[in-house]
Design a protein around this ligand. Structure first.
Ligand code: CAA
Length: 388
């Protein structure tokens, strides 16, 4: 039997890395979080700070100019950035989501062409799977890519695209064989600068307001074969394999948001006095705090275990990615709601950060597959006899 600490224990390097990320986030990201939310503006100052420290796309391998952070280190970056500002955490998270299809299935030429600008912080990478009528049922997408000479012509509308307009690169999934359903979907790299690419107005959202969510319009976008990711017809499997890895990063985002809310609430209950003593002295509130800490720790252990599986490419990652994302996001919603409760009336106002954290937490139960989809994925895996 192997040493059980091999499973996922963060190394000293991981903890040093966390301290470095936290310092940047405390000083350069957190100070902008309230304004980014209030104005619904892309967190440019945070992006600059993350780029300067090489935390904007830590997962890109060294071979393509990146720092080559492993999956756990990438989770730590996203967790720490989300603790300060959930909108900003979508910079490293969505750079991973957008570029993962290329890393998993792209040719080396394609990797060499598109990954170095992401690693250098010159460009961001978004992921275009969903459409107005194809959300949870991703394989029912209508965006078409039609063979034309030695290239392709793309037409369609992608919806709910995180960082759309800000990103230069987009992984776009499109139907190349309408009779083959999931086997007739292919993946392409589209650039913002490609002729025929346009964007809808930013969605007016409940949370993560600093991260633009827009439609992406593709009108007769002509691409060469060099933009195809993997073989035609393999796009849906690439999309699903990508999500297996990146659902772990959404779990990390949820952890960070929850940790930020718990930290704030812990400080508040020690300061706030009612009935002649700090409200932290009341056992009713202590029980709430204990539950918050307990749930957060369970979510963290599950997320780090899933990150280790992502790093190793274990066969049960599909199951663990779904469990981590589903559990951590449900926990984040509970903890942030409880943090608002602990602050009482003050927690319900924009003068305190916990209501923002509660609004930001909600999306983690929805994107990269709703938690109902995660339960479908988990049940299918269990019924198929996985994980072993
Ligand atoms: N790895 C590899 N292949 C996979 C796979 C995986 N994890 N999951 C499915 N596949 C393959 C299957 O093996 C199958 O191939 P075979 O027929 O050869 O077996 C094929 O793909 C089709 O699979 P299913 O029959 O399971 O597909 P389905 O139509 O029933 O859908 C689903 C399954 C899990 C519901 C899937 O549609 C899904 O995950 N939906 C949610 C989509 C989603 O997460 N969207 C989020 C978009 S990203 C985002 O949120 C935006 C953002 O910017 C943050």
């Amino acid at each position: 039997m192997s040493d059980f600490t091999d499973i996922y224990r963060p190394t000293e390097d991981h903890e040093a890395f966390r301290a470095a990320v936290r310092e940047v986030c405390d000083n350069k990201v957190a100070p902008h979080a309230a304004e980014v939310d209030e104005l619904a503006e892309f967190p440019r100052a945070s992006y600059d700070a993350l780029r300067k420290a090489d935390f904007h796309a830590p997962h890109i391998p060294e071979a393509y100019g990146g720092v080559g952070a492993d999956a756990l280190a990438t989770v730590i970056v996203i967790e720490e950035v989300a603790r300060a500002c959930a909108s900003s955490s979508l910079i490293p998270a969505v750079n991973k989501l957008g570029s993962m299809p290329v890393l998993l299935s792209g040719s080396d030429e394609l990797k060499q062409a598109v990954l170095p600008p992401i690693a250098a912080g010159e460009a961001m990478f978004s992921y275009c799977l969903s459409e107005p009528d194809a959300g949870s049922d991703a394989a029912s997408m209508k965006t078409r890519a039609v063979r034309d000479g030695d290239g392709w012509v793309l037409n369609g509308v992608k919806r709910w695209i995180t960082n759309a307009g800000e990103s230069e690169y987009y992984t776009v999934f499109a139907v190349t064989d309408p009779d083959a359903r999931s086997k007739g979907i292919s993946a392409f790299v589209v650039r913002k600068s490609d002729e025929g690419v346009d964007f809808g107005a930013p969605e007016k959202k409940l949370g993560i307001k600093g991260s633009p969510t827009r439609e992406v319009y593709l009108e007769n976008v002509r691409l060469g074969d060099d933009r195809l990711i993997g073989d035609p017809g393999t796009g849906f499997a690439t999309a699903m394999r990508t999500l297996d890895h990146t659902r772990v990063t959404i779990a990390a985002q949820a952890l960070g948001i929850a940790q930020g809310a718990l930290d704030y609430a812990l400080g508040y209950v020690k300061e706030r006095k009612q009935f002649g003593k700090a409200i932290a002295d009341f056992q009713g509130l202590q029980f709430m705090i204990a539950d918050m800490g307990m749930k957060l720790e369970a979510a963290r252990q599950l997320t780090y275990a899933a990150a280790a599986k992502s790093e190793r490419g274990d066969g049960d990652l599909t199951y663990f990615g779904a469990t981590a994302k589903c559990f951590a996001s449900d926990v984040a919603m509970e903890i942030t709601t409880d943090a608002v409760q602990l602050l009482g009336g003050y927690g319900y106002t924009r003068d305190y950060p916990v209501e923002r954290m509660m609004r930001d937490a909600k999306i983690t139960q929805i994107y990269e597959g709703t938690n109902q989809v995660q339960r479908i994925v988990m049940a299918r895996q269990l019924l198929a006899g996985l994980p072993q």
